[in-house]
Design a protein around this ligand. Sequence first.
Ligand SMILES: Cc1cc2nc3c(=O)[nH]c(=O)nc-3n(C[C@H](O)[C@H](O)[C@H](O)COP(=O)(O)O)c2cc1C
Length: 273
Amino acid sequence: MQSASVFYASPGKLAKYRRFAHRVMAKMSFFDCRVLIVKYNYSVMKVMFLNILMIFLVVAAFSSSTVVHTGENTELPDSQTGETVELPDPQMSGGMPLMDALSQRQSMRSFDTAELSSQQLSDLLWAAFGVSRPASGLRTAPSARNWQDIDIYVVMSKGWYIYNHEDHSLVRKGDEDLRSHTGSQDFVDKAPVNLVFVSDHTRMGGDVDQETRSFYASNHAGYISQNVYLYCASEGLATVVRGLIDRDKITEALELEDYQQVIFAQTVGYPGE
Ligand SMILES: Cc1cc2nc3c(=O)[nH]c(=O)nc-3n(C[C@H](O)[C@H](O)[C@H](O)COP(=O)(O)O)c2cc1C
């Protein structure tokens, strides 16, 4: 009884229990005393069990809240060049109220190296230019004559990919870490994700000249970029769109064709210090 109470009772309570036990035991039979001890031990065990359960729940809650920041659940499935990498279904509701996201939208140029989770990557790409109306194939950003000429290249440490909006997946294009090729600012190879917006001019009408195609392409990328900005504001992520880029270098690195035009890049990640 004494050893069990060490775990259970405060000094004041312990003294109280002792006085109570002495008084009762003086009046009780040996059998009554055993029953009392068993009951007491049972309540001690119950409290110990609840304490352990509470510690377990606190540890579980703490570790699940750190998962995203340490990037522990960020792994995309391993893949070979040319293979499709499935993304989790995008979360198409919730997030920050629109007016709050607009208030908080901003360009940030300091990034943490922590990876985004695969869910965040999925939501980011869907927000950027995913299919919002599956029946018609229309998307989260407008495009002139519904050309949908912009492809999003996703450049990360473990390789580079192209976003396939039709089945909301990534197609792996290469294994190299090309982040430093996407710009000259010092954060581009630290941040986990660099998006490159590339216009495919073959999707635009043949009646439109080169200059007009470039004009529309820049507009289209702008809408997508703002979607990324708003998603990042809502998700507490940092982002900056970048026009100061070496387009020839990116064209070569991403093995683009003559009919593809690099419009600009956009870095995404957790805010840095
Ligand atoms: C088309 C375009 C190109 C940009 N290029 C760069 C860039 O190369 N590097 C950069 O740090 N910021 C770039 N920015 C971000 C602007 O500097 C930023 O939007 C501006 O300072 C206003 O800040 P805010 O976005 O926080 O409102 C660009 C913005 C736009 C719209």
